[in-house]
Each structure stands twice: as structure tokens, then as C-alpha cells.
Design a protein around this ligand. Structure first.
Ligand code: BGC
Ligand code: BGC
Length: 854
């Protein structure tokens, strides 16, 4: 319990941070240390970092309680506290038995395995977990479990929650007070369903927009990220200097990912950040320093490395800098099996991470073996007992500060069970305001905008009426895919917002995704952009939009050619090279990933029925916008910096300006396909080929159809569109196989580690008696195969479905995932027939098969 009041004077935290940072740049390195570390060092020098103390003063009574608890705990119990399991693999009984310190709900983990489980199921799960943690009938010390989830743009895993714009859009709003209110609203929605901790804010400073997590960052500008970090941490937790801090209407925050996640080489997720210590501190550390000053109770270690060393194993940064120098007294949580990536570690065993300073392992599915191994490592002395005690003390300190010991069931706390808070009007109004403020106007020739709502408006584009698409990744599922309109009861699509604005004013609005019309409209609004993705699945090789398949560009050009003025509303998780699309539009709006309140877009695009402008554009770019698809990373201050638009750019009705034609050279040698897509829309991806071979070893590259070899014929087939699929027909006369071949070996180990699956959209028409084997290999015979359609697990017949095989299964079966050359290898010696329309990496499938070898 907190008894003493904070001593620090309330001060503007940005100013505080600036003074800390400037103090730090004038700090002398202690005499015993040598010059600043070279760029290649992965050992930080604490003397190069500002000396901070936590905003909450030490509370003697609380510390005494921590010590007393630690003294009464068994080693098993202590080890339990430093481990977090995932609800997909952890039952309340496990929590009771192992006294796990925390349970998380990962992006794809839901009560009862239902991605759209109702709020009541979430709360029930929270109650069950909490009750189990407090039920120590055998006399053990009861310690409340801490329940965490990724509420990264609202309480985004739960049906009906308000979905705020993703961070990149909030960055465009440049309004710390707005994000403070959003964080407070998110905390209420979390607590209504029983959750106490969010893995937010992401204070990353993305520097290479090819990174699939760019949208989780507010800006490339460390100063903006720092201002937001302060506001969001205070919005989530309350102010550490005021009453109500961490009460049951607030949640614990997690400043993530510490440190350097946004600086990885070539924008590769989980990659290596090769920067000097000064850059690590001043660019990637800015948000963390502010979050610490605001009292964030947890910090999440980054998957990434710094100069070659994985952050989960970096003692100098986790312990010497973060805890000792920056005075962090909460706890460091690891990322999803992030400890397993430390050299010499596995998901099930990693003393090094705890020793380096991780206090709680995020061990979603690996927690059981990890518990056994960690226990053994403590007993053998490999993990010193005082390190374990320190980790446990930090976790207990946070739980005590949150009042969890006395809190009772989550459903019985102040807003527990208040499901009316999910998508509450006030929260949706706030989200809609955020959408309006996040929009950045890049072009408005001849002042086409604002539109007259009494006009005849055609609304087109596949983003117009798709709440999943406008919400992006981390929406009901990890990748944000696979949802239906009915999953968003408290939401409005962009089209619905336009329809209501136009209908109110007496105009005419029509939706036609493909942009067809019978009466020529006065104007077309085309909503298009990136499909949802998360983490490494969103990594791309260059910044081209729709490489090799510019269907949206074609739509814009067609409407223009028909004499219809075009307004483009572009949905994206990052700046992309869209010069051609901008040239093909009269007005162009970067709308990022707005979330549930699509109506905020019509608010700004249209005048009111009386012809007045109610909302002008105020959003400005939080990132540099590229001039070509192949430029080196564009960040203010970079050498050769030459973006199309700089951060801070954004037009407004009050400041009309014409934009000339933009250059249309992409800078790319050829249109690269996005990674993780091997066959889709009737085409084999660039860099890949479809091959077939018979027993004699004769290999045919299938360039035109039909094609064949002895025993196997390949023809075109239809799934969703004409000839978007391939049919393989074995006549049984000779064994034969087919596969997708890469021009160069690819490394899928990162993807496998994170649970990705090979997902094939297929239709099985005739299956050999003993089923099929799917092969993934490094060429020739090297590599493993996984049995599908075995007698015990038959697959659907004669109907299209998606089949998911975890990459990890191929690894178990012997494939070296670091050098994959063949994907989707399939063979038969008997008569058989199947068709497939896509082969991709993903995380969702109609049928997911386990790891049985053939
Ligand atoms: C992500 C984290 C997230 C965690 C739990 C990881 O893959 O990197 O940002 O908090 O999963 O879902
Ligand atoms: C989980 C996410 C997690 C990711 C790890 C997914 O299966 O649902 O929460 O972040 O794996 O990369």
C-alpha cells in the first residue's frame, strides 16, 4: 500500500525529459571508463545515460511487505512468479499449481479459442485466473496473478471495444492531451473485462518503414514519441504524483520494446540495430526515458539485437542502464519467447535472460518446461538466488502498488463487468475526434475538397466498407484478418460515415467497390490501401504500394478518364510510394489505420448541409514520405535526405496549395512481390517458379498451361476468379511431384519461431489411400515433410478450404528452415487430384494441422 506522497514537484514531463537529456549529453564519462563505445559494441556504458530516479518515492511499508512475502515463498513459488503463460496454453489450475506470476492473452489467444468471444467470457476467464491464484488451501502464500493483454489501439482483442487509430495516426494528430484521454478510456475498457495490464505504449522510433511494425510507432521523431510516452503512460496508469494512481480504473503500462526495436537493419522485424550508444539513447531511448519518468511499471525487452547481441541477453542495458542508472524499480517482462532467441537458449530453458535482467519470462506455451528448468538452474546456482529474489520483489512491488492482493475478483472491482464501457459513446466520440485529427491532406487540386454533401457521390475501393481493413493488425486477431462485419457491433465503416453525412444533407451516395455506376456521379471517393498485417508478416522489401499488381491505380485512372473527379483515401500502416496514385487523384488523404470510427473521415471530407466547413485538416505527417520505392530509409537528418514530403507536412482548407505532377519512377529494377506470398491470384510470385518432376528426375518448369510430366498434369482452375488456381492431376501411371521453387534460398526460421504457418487455399478432389505429404525443403531430398489427410485426420473433400501447417512442424520433420528453396512440395504415385489457389505464410487457416510426420 502506498502511504507516503511523492516528493517530486509536478513538472511538464517533456521539459523534464529535455533537461535530463541535455544534462546527460554534458555528463563526463567516469574516469575509470574509456571513450564512448564504438558503434559495434553491444555493451553499454551507464555513465553515458542520464541518472534518473523513479517518480514514486520508496515506500518503506510496501517494501517491508515485499520482503516479508519473499521470505515466506518457496523456490518453486518464486520461479512461478517470474513466468508468464498464455491463456491458450495455461488453465486456472496451472496458475494455482505453479503460482505463475502472470498470464497473458496473446494476439491469437481468446477465451474458448473464439476470436470473437463475448466480453462476459473474457471477464469470466479473468475471474477464474485470479481466483485460482488466490486459492492456496494448502497454506502457501497467495499471490494474485497479473492479467496482461495487448491493448495497443483500444482494447482491440475484444468484440465491441472502441478501436482507436493505430499509433501512426495518433502521431499525425500531434496532440498529447488527446492520447492521454485515449489511454484512460482504454484502461476503463480493459478493466471492464478484468484486465489489469496492457503491453503498451509502443514507444518505438521506426527508422526504416519497410518494418512491419512501423504503424505501432507514433513517429520517426524521438521528441514526439517522448511527449506521447508521457501522456499515454499517465493516461493508462494515472499520474504517479496524484491520487488514483494505479487504482482499479487504471492499468499497468509497459514501455516497449526496450530498446532499439525500430532501428533494425533493413527494417527486419526482430533484427539487429546497428547504431552507436548515443543514437540508441537519443533516438530509440527517448520514449523509454519519458515513460520511466512518468512511472511506467513495466518495460518489455525487445526481440531485436543491439550490435549483434539479443536484447533479452543484454545485461548492460537491462540491468546496468535501465535498472541501476535509470532507476527503474518495476519489472522487465520478456517478449513472446524472446528469451529463446538468446544465444545458447531455447524457449524452454534460458538462465541467461533472467541473469541479464529479464524479471518475467513471457513463455506463452513453453512455461511448463521453463519452470522445471529454471528451478533446476536456481538450485544449481546458475541463477543466483538474489537475482531471483530481486526479480520476484519487483513483480510483487508492482502488484502491491496496484492493490491486487486486496482487490477481490476482477468482476467485483470498480468497473469490472461494466460492459457498457466497451464502445461507450464518449469513447467512440474520442476515437472519432482522433480519426479527424489523424488525417493528412497531401493533395487537393482546384480545392476539390471539402465536398458538398448534397452532391451525388460514388464510393469505391475495397477499403470503403471493411472495418477489419480500416483497423489493421492487432484487431480481434493478431494479424487483424479473418473477421466479419458482425464482429464490429460498435463501429462504422468509412462508407457508412459518408452515407450518413450525404443522406442527412439530401445528397446521393452509392457504394460500389469496383467503381461501377449507372448515373455518372459528381465525384468518386476511392478508399484503398494495405491489407492488415502484424509484426514480421508485414515486413516488405521496398516501399512500393501494390507491386506488380496496381489494381487500385487502374481504378483511379479509369474513373479519372471517365471525367469523374477522384478523392483518394489511403489506408496504410506506413508511408508508401504512391506517387502514381497521387497523380491519378485530384485529392489524396493519408488516413493511416483509423479503427472503428470511419465516420471521422466524412466529418472532414464534407461541408455541413449549410455549406460550412466544420472540420478542417489539422493532421501532419509523423514520418518522412518517400519519393521512390527504393530510397534508403528517409529520416530527418539522414545523409542524402530527399523525401517526397517531410514530417510536419499537411495541407489544410485554410492553406490551399496545388501539387504538381510527382515523379513516377519507382527506382525498382522489377516489381518485387511481397514476402510470404508464393502463389496468389493466379500468379507465382516473382523469384519463384512452379515445377514438376517425374521419377526419372526430369524437371519441368511450368510456364504455360496446360503442362505435364509423366504421371502428372497441371491445368488452370477457378476458385475466386477465373484461372486464379492450379489443378494437379496424377493419373497413377508414374510417381510424380510438384513444388514451388525459389531462385535463392530463403530463411524462414524467424517466421517459424513466431508461430507462422504455411497456409494453402486448396480443394481436394481425390486423395491417395495413404494421404499426401507436404514437403518443405532446402532442395533435392533434404528436408522434412508433414502428412496431411491421414486416416485419423481427414480433410474436407470437393470444397475449398485453407490448410495451415505450422512451419515449426517442418523443422521438427527435419527441414533446415534457414535455407529453404522448395515450398509446397506434394507428390503421389497413385491417382489423385487437387487444386490450390494460394500458398502464403500466415497465422489463420480453416484447418490447422499438428506436427505428425508421414
Ligand atoms: C510482440 C509484443 C506483444 C507480445 C504479446 C509479441 O510478439 O512483439 O509486442 O506484446 O507478442 O502478444
Ligand atoms: C500471438 C501474438 C504474438 C505472436 C508472436 C502470435 O501467435 O498471438 O500475441 O505476438 O504470436 O510473434
Amino acid at each position: 500500500m502506498r502511504t507516503s506522497m511523492p516528493v517530486m514537484k509536478p513538472a511538464p514531463f517533456a521539459a523534464l525529459l529535455v533537461s535530463l537529456l541535455s544534462a546527460c549529453s554534458t555528463l563526463e564519462a567516469p574516469a575509470t571508463r574509456t571513450a564512448p563505445a564504438a558503434v559495434s559494441s553491444s555493451t553499454a556504458n551507464p555513465g553515458n545515460w542520464p541518472k534518473l530516479s523513479p517518480p514514486l518515492p520508496r515506500d518503506a511499508a510496501l517494501e517491508a511487505r515485499v520482503q516479508d512475502l519473499v521470505a515466506r515463498m518457496s523456490v518453486e513459488q518464486k520461479v512461478g512468479q517470474v513466468i508468464q503463460g498464455d491463456i491458450g496454453s495455461t488453465t486456472p489450475d496451472d496458475v494455482r499449481k505453479y503460482q505463475l506470476g502472470s498470464v497473458l492473452a496473446g494476439g491469437n489467444s481468446d477465451p474458448g479459442g473464439k476470436y470473437n468471444a463475448p466480453a462476459a467470457d473474457w471477464l469470466k476467464l479473468a475471474d477464474d485466473m485470479h481466483a485460482a491464484s488466490m486459492d492456496m488451501r494448502d497454506g502457501r502464500v497467495a499471490i494474485p496473478v497479473l492479467l496482461g493483454i495487448d491493448a495497443v489501439h483500444g482494447h482491440n482483442n475484444v468484440v465491441g471495444a472502441t478501436l482507436f487509430p493505430h499509433n501512426i495516426g495518433l502521431g499525425a494528430a500531434n496532440d498529447p492531451e488527446l492520447v492521454r484521454k485515449i489511454a484512460a478510456a482504454t484502461a476503463l475498457e480493459l478493466r471492464a473485462t478484468g484486465f489489469e495490464w496492457t503491453f503498451a505504449p509502443t514507444v518505438t522510433v521506426p527508422r526504416d518503414d519497410r518494418w512491419g511494425r512501423t504503424y505501432e510507432g507514433y513517429s520517426e521523431d524521438p521528441a514526439l514519441v517522448a511527449r506521447y510516452a508521457t501522456a499515454v503512460v499517465e493516461g493508462l496508469q494515472g499520474s504517479a504524483r496524484e491520487p488514483g494512481f494505479l487504482d482499479h480504473t487504471r492499468v499497468a503500462a509497459s514501455s516497449k520494446h526496450f530498446i532499439g526495436d525500430g532501428g533494425t537493419f533493413e527494417g527486419k522485424d526482430k533484427g539487429d540495430t546497428r547504431v552507436s550508444e548515443a543514437e540508441l539513447r537519443d533516438v530509440h531511448g527517448a520514449g523509454h526515458l519519458a515513460a520511466l519518468a512518468a512511472g511506467t511499471q513495466t518495460v518489455m525487452a525487445s526481440f531485436s539485437s543491439w550490435n549483434g547481441q539479443k536484447m533479452h541477453g543484454n545485461r548492460s542495458l537491462l540491468t546496468d542502464v535501465l535498472k541501476a542508472r535509470l532507476g527503474f524499480d518495476g519489472f522487465v517482462v520478456g517478449d513472446w519467447n524472446g528469451h529463446g532467441e538468446v544465444a545458447g537458449c531455447t524457449n524452454e530453458s534460458c538462465a541467461a535472460a533472467l541473469v541479464a535482467g529479464v524479471d518475467m519470462y513471457m513463455a506463452p506455451d513453453s512455461w511448463r518446461s521453463l519452470h522445471a528448468n529454471t528451478l533446476a538452474q536456481v538450485r544449481s546456482g546458475e541463477i543466483p538466488m538474489d537475482r531471483l529474489d530481486d526479480a520476484v520483489s519487483r513483480i510483487l512491488r508492482v502488484k502491491l502498488r496496484m492493490g491486487l492482493f486486496e482487490a477481490g475478483l476482477p468482476s467485483k472491482r470498480s468497473v469490472g463487468g461494466r460492459f457498457d464501457l466497451l464502445g461507450a459513446d464518449a469513447h467512440r466520440d474520442l476515437a472519432r475526434e482522433a480519426v479527424r485529427k489523424s488525417l493528412v491532406l497531401l493533395k487537393n487540386d482546384r480545392s476539390l475538397l471539402p465536398l458538398d454533401p448534397r452532391a451525388s457521390v460514388l464510393v469505391a475501393g475495397n477499403g470503403a466498407d471493411d472495418i477489419g481493413k480500416q483497423s489493421g493488425g492487432w484487431t480481434l486477431s493478431w494479424q487483424g484478418t479473418g473477421n466479419r462485419p458482425a464482429d464490429f457491433p460498435n463501429a462504422e465503416s468509412i462508407w457508412q460515415g459518408i452515407r450518413s453525412a450525404v443522406a442527412t444533407a439530401g445528397g446521393q451516395a452509392r457504394l460500389d467497390v469496383a467503381g461501377r455506376y449507372s448515373n455518372k456521379p459528381d465525384v468518386a471517393i476511392v478508399v484503398f490501401g494495405e491489407d492488415p498485417y502484424a509484426e514480421f508478416i508485414g515486413d516488405i522489401p521496398n516501399l512500393a504500394y501494390q507491386p506488380g499488381n496496381a489494381t487500385d491505380l487502374a481504378l483511379l485512372r479509369r474513373l479519372r478518364a471517365e471525367g469523374i473527379p477522384v478523392v483518394s483515401v489511403f489506408l496504410s500502416g506506413r508511408p508508401l510510394w504512391v506517387n502514381r496514385e497521387i497523380n491519378a487523384s485530384d485529392a489524396f488523404v493519408a488516413a493511416w489505420l483509423p479503427g472503428s470510427e470511419g465516420g471521422g473521415i466524412a466529418d472532414v471530407l464534407f461541408k455541413d448541409p449549410q455549406g460550412r466547413i466544420v472540420h478542417d485538416f489539422t493532421g501532419t505527417l509523423p514520418f518522412s514520405w518517400p519519393r521512390t520505392a527504393s530510397q534508403p530509409p528517409q529520416n530527418v537528418g539522414a545523409t542524402g535526405y530527399d523525401p517526397q514530403f517531410k514530417p510536419g507536412h499537411g495541407l489544410a482548407y485554410a492553406r490551399p496549395a496545388a501539387l504538381g505532377a510527382l515523379p513516377e519512377e519507382s527506382g525498382l529494377a522489377h516489381d518485387d512481390a511481397p514476402p510470404g506470398v508464393y502463389f496468389a491470384a493466379g500468379k507465382v510470385a516473382a523469384g519463384w517458379s512452379l515445377r514438376i518432376a517425374d521419377a526419372s528426375g526430369t524437371v519441368e518448369v511450368v510456364r504455360t498451361l496446360p503442362a505435364g510430366t509423366r504421371g502428372l498434369a497441371v491445368t488452370a482452375a477457378d476458385h475466386l476468379a477465373q484461372e486464379d488456381a492450379r489443378r494437379l492431376r496424377w493419373d497413377g501411371s508414374a510417381p510424380a511431384q510438384a513444388w514451388l521453387q525459389s531462385d535463392a534460398p530463403i530463411d524462414l526460421s524467424r517466421e517459424a519461431m513466431s508461430g507462422a504457418m504455411l497456409v494453402v487455399a486448396m480443394r481436394l478432389d481425390r486423395v491417395p489411400a495413404d494421404g499426401f505429404a507436404l514437403r518443405l525443403s532446402c532442395g533435392g531430398d533434404c528436408g522434412g515433410h508433414v502428412a496431411i489427410d491421414t486416416g485419423t485426420a481427414p480433410l474436407p473433400r470437393g470444397t475449398w478450404f485453407t490448410l495451415g501447417v505450422p512451419l515449426q512442424c517442418f523443422k521438427t520433420a527435419g527441414t533446415d528452415l534457414a535455407r529453404v528453396e522448395r515450398i509446397f512440395g506434394i507428390e503421389s504415385s497413385a491417382g489423385a487430384e487437387l487444386a490450390f489457389s494460394s500458398v502464403v505464410l500466415g497465422d489463420k487457416a480453416d484447418v490447422r494441422i499438428g506436427c505428425t510426420t508421414h
